[in-house]
Design a protein around this ligand. Structure first.
Ligand code: GLN
Length: 512
């Protein structure tokens, strides 16, 4: 079996036993990227030299019997929104096209300390706003299972590169579903940890009360391996949970006995594709055969989740993105052109006898801010900034933002009540398998509705995992979502591993 087909765990065994080297592993994945990524376009940048140098260093230390980290020699692809010192970090946006952060994010720092091989940066929807990768300012990524389809988003590059065998592990982020949804649509396993479980220090912020970083891989076991490295308290992130993180991989093989799984009544309404529904119901039968008890539960406020999310997330985004002004950060519009345009406007007004109006023209600085933002942000990001600024403005704040915060609390209370009856909630990740490129890009509302099953976990701060549970007749992957109470990542991973021990959906590969 070639190296790129092995799981991260299997690769690690071979590396540790001397059957292969980190340079061989890195070379195998780099070669795969060269052969495949021109079609998929999962990577914005591939760091061949950096990866090979890091791999050589790992091999040298292994040869000399020096200690190496827990991911020593494993390639990891990182979504392009985690700061890496001196390296481009664009967040899928033109406004950050030249941004080289002066520091490492905590997650990147932990990956380096674990001796992971940082192989490249993956494509994403601009500022993580989107669910199809079509909002990337650079190019759309394609689904490895069908190149005419979207890979999901916003961590579409991170999911597609794992599905296509271009990296065994990747890092994504999830504000409203951006790890789970692309994992489902690309047939890989992806975990959104509890809010605050993984440090957000050095993560380019989208919506700070919802953002969470997390791992993607083929199997729950590999997800646990990566989560072990990135999880934990970080004093540099004020929202980081000051609780120790248990060793996820070590416990993953312990099956859960007497598992109580809830199916949400409201999840199985109109709009849910019948193939997705039957794959999810079949997955529940698998759990039943493993001894789990399935019951029906209700999350009555879930129907407001998308509306609530699309108030809160844009409000926070409009505030977070105010920093991109062409002065502190990011793209700056051509100042001399602005200067000339201003002078021209002024002369025209004066010549027309309107010197008072000429006096009132915005100065160069204000024009520069405006032009820089107009040129640097794409249409979806502008739409969200406008929505957020509107919902936060005097007179609308109470009706929109404050109301949304109250509904958010009700959504969280629904979960608290449900978790008195069940240990896990199971359901679909998406209503349909991957759709075609361009199918929804002209219809923002249709795009927002894609997030129906995922945004609640972010609003409530809960962990959730997506794992492959079937395929559509057209051969597109279908995901199963499991959700757990806060800080129960261990339960999610053990349950996902139970499923993957008796099924092989996660083992399927796209046809070459
Ligand atoms: N699709 C959602 C959005 O567009 C979620 C994005 C995310 O989780 N980053 O906001």
């Amino acid at each position: 079996m070639s190296l790129i087909q092995l799981s991260a765990g299997e690769l690690l065994d071979r590396l540790n036993s001397g059957q292969t080297t980190a340079v061989d592993v890195a070379t195998a994945f780099l070669t795969r990227i060269e052969a495949k990524d021109f079609q998929i376009q999962a990577f914005l940048r591939v760091d061949r030299e950096g990866a090979l140098a890091a791999a050589e260093s790992v091999d040298r230390r292994r040869r000399q019997n020096q200690p190496v980290g827990p991911l020593a020699g494993l390639p990891v692809a990182v979504k392009d929104l985690l700061c890496a010192r001196g390296e481009l970090t664009t967040c899928g946006s033109k406004i950050l096209a030249n941004f080289r952060p002066p520091y490492d994010s905590t997650v990147v720092e932990k990956l380096r300390a674990a001796d992971a091989i940082l192989i490249g940066r993956t494509n994403m929807d601009e500022f993580a706003m989107g669910g199809s990768n079509e909002n990337s300012a650079y190019f759309p990524t394609r689904n490895p299972w069908n190149l005419d389809c979207i890979p999901g988003g916003s961590s579409g590059g991170a999911a597609a590169c794992v599905a296509a065998g271009m990296a065994p592990l990747s890092i994504g982020s999830d504000t409203g579903g951006s790890i789970r949804q692309p994992a489902a649509l690309c047939g890989v396993t992806g975990l959104k940890p509890t809010y605050g479980r993984v440090s957000r220090y050095g993560l380019v912020a989208f919506a700070s009360s919802l953002d969470q970083v997390g791992p993607l891989a083929r199997t729950a076991q590999d997800v646990a391996l990566l989560l072990d490295v990135i999880a934990g308290h970080d004093p540099r992130d004020a929202t980081s949970i000051p609780a120790p993180s248990p060793p996820y991989l070590r416990s993953i093989e312990q099956p859960l006995s007497g598992l109580r799984i809830g199916l949400v009544r409201e999840h199985f309404g109109p709009g849910l594709d019948s193939e997705v529904e039957s794959a999810v119901r079949e997955a529940c039968r698998v759990y039943e055969s493993l001894g789990a008890k399935i019951s029906e539960i209700s999350l009555p406020h879930g129907k407001y989740a998308v509306a609530t999310y699309y108030i809160i997330a844009p409000c926070e985004a409009s505030s977070n993105l105010a920093r991109y002004d062409g002065v502190h950060y990011g793209h700056r519009s051509d100042e001399s052109a602005i200067h000339e345009a201003l002078e021209r406007d002024r002369r025209q007004l004066v010549a027309a006898g309107q010197s008072e109006k000429a006096e009132q023209l915005d100065n160069v600085l204000v024009r520069m801010y405006r032009r820089s933002r107009a040129e640097g942000f794409g249409p979806e990001v502008k739409r969200r900034i406008m929505l957020g600024a509107y919902a936060l403005s005097a007179g609308y704040y109470d009706a929109f933002y404050l109301k949304a915060l109250k509904v958010r609390r009700l959504i969280r209370q629904d979960f608290d009540r449900a978790f008195e009856q069940v240990d896990l909630i199971a359901g679909p990740v998406t209503a349909t398998p991957a759709f075609k490129l361009g199918e929804k890009s002209g219809d923002p509302l249709a795009m927002y509705l894609v997030d129906l099953y995922t945004v609640s976990a972010n609003l409530a701060g809960l962990p959730g995992i997506s794992l492959p549970c079937g395929f559509s007749a057209e051969g597109l992957p279908i995901g199963l979502q499991l959700q757990a109470p806060p800080l129960q990542e261990e339960r999610l991973l053990r349950a996902a591993h139970m499923f993957q021990s008796v099924t092989d959906w996660h083992g399927r590969r796209p046809r070459e």
